[in-house]
Write a protein that binds this ligand. Structure first.
Ligand SMILES: *Cc1c(COP(=O)(O)O)cnc(C)c1O
Length: 387
């Protein structure tokens, strides 16, 4: 791929291959073995009490809502307050369980605005779905407090947050459930997989059944345990085929070792962008990072006028940023909420995510910042380009 991409995963190739080789030699690529090792490694890394490895974060989010709904006897059309600025999985998880996504507005962290969340609470509200945008935490702890005060459950979509810390600690213990993504472009890339981390052990047990068609026994155990009746198992739910496998977990185990190193470099890149764009003042609004948050810096987002033109100007230089995200309310499925989240409308039209990956260099950042600076000051070269 030529040019500078928004995302480009960096793998520790030899180590990943060695770990995968072990699966192939042992003859076990499925559920169990490396998936269990990765779950243990993740619990160890995050300090969260439970972790179940899934084949995507989307299925994790779906099951998070499904299980909480069942557990707490929520009804169809009960409400979950959520953000319009996210990947669509977040909100589909609510609809999938026949609940109602109620959109609150975001603030300058691009995470949910606590004030707007409060305004949306009704007697049908059961939970808040919070997304740590770009790995940042926004006013997460205010949302935790609002949930406590109003008897709401907190679901944390931590797809961007692998490695994010606050005061040196990985956040998430406050939430009823935390769901991570290890999809191909996330900070801990595998190819596709995720982790669902319930606060309560009973719910962790349920999700293990639900990701395996509702079956209540682990395959690997059945093939390794001696004794009778190992073919006998019960089926308790109409579950999903949603568990992770040992090949993905093998990659995850290796990449986890490098997550903090990689995130430190991402923070370095973010620092260079901030420094490089400082002189633009209000013309380039940089996303707010709250005090005490050591962000995973999955994204580095700015808001500018004429966003689409800036995108073209960068593309002309073979620089390929992205947009996170188009306001979900603009999608047909969710347009019942049109006009209710003005800041999300603004973000949707003005935000741009600058290249953030292990291959971006200091010189790349300088070049990108130069183009942006010239663009916002309206300066063009003789060829009409912003260089
Ligand atoms: C990537 C992403 C997801 C979905 O993750 P998958 O592992 O691809 O299913 C969910 N929420 C957010 C905010 C994401 O960025």
């Amino acid at each position: 791929m030529a040019g500078i991409q928004l995302f480009k995963a960096k793998y520790e190739v030899e180590e990943c291959l060695a770990e995968i080789r072990e699966c192939l030699e042992v003859g076990w690529t499925g559920l169990g073995f490396k998936t269990v090792q990765f779950e243990d490694a993740w619990k160890n890394y995050t300090g969260l009490p439970f972790a179940h490895y899934t084949n995507s974060s989307t299925i994790g989010l779906y099951l998070a809502v499904d299980i909480l709904k069942e557990q707490y006897n929520w009804n169809d059309d009960d409400e979950i307050i959520t953000t319009p600025i996210t990947f669509i999985s977040t909100n589909h998880a609510i609809e999938k369980s026949h609940m109602k996504a109620i959109f609150a507005d975001v603030d300058d962290s691009l995470c949910l605005d606590p004030k707007s969340v409060k305004e949306r609470i009704t007697d049908r509200t059961r939970a808040v779905m919070y997304v740590g945008m770009g790995g940042n935490m926004g006013n997460y702890y205010d949302i935790v407090k609002i949930c406590e005060e109003n008897g709401l459950k907190l679901i944390l979509d931590a797809a961007h947050m692998a490695g994010t810390r606050h005061g040196g600690v990985i956040p998430g213990k406050e939430a009823e459930v935390v769901v991570y993504s290890f999809q191909a472009v996330k900070n801990l890339p595998t190819a596709d997989s995720g982790m669902i981390c319930f606060k309560r052990g009973e719910l962790d047990e349920i999700v293990r059944k639900k990701t395996w068609l509702g079956i209540n026994k682990d395959t690997y155990q059945r093939t390794t345990n001696s004794g009778n009746y190992k073919w006998r198992y019960d089926v308790e739910y109409v579950g999903e085929k949603g568990h992770g496998n040992s090949i993905m977990a093998a990659i995850g185990l290796v990449q986890l070792k490098y997550l903090d190193r990689d995130n430190a470099y991402r923070r370095q890149l973010a620092g260079w962008y901030r420094e490089g764009l400082k002189s633009c003042g209000d013309k380039v609004k940089m996303v707010r990072i709250e005090a005490g948050c050591e962000s995973s810096c999955h994204l580095f987002q700015i808001c500018v006028d004429k966003r689409d033109e800036l995108m073209m100007a960068l593309n002309a230089e073979e620089i390929y940023p992205g947009v996170h995200y188009a306001n979900n309310i603009n999608y047909r499925m969710y347009d019942y909420a049109k006009g209710t989240c003005p800041y999300a409308d603004y973000v949707s039209e003005h935000t741009i995510s600058l290249p953030m990956n292990m291959y971006v260099t200091y010189e790349d950042v300088q070049r990108i910042c130069d183009i942006i600076k010239k663009f916002v000051s309206g300066e063009k070269g003789t060829n009409g380009a912003y260089i």
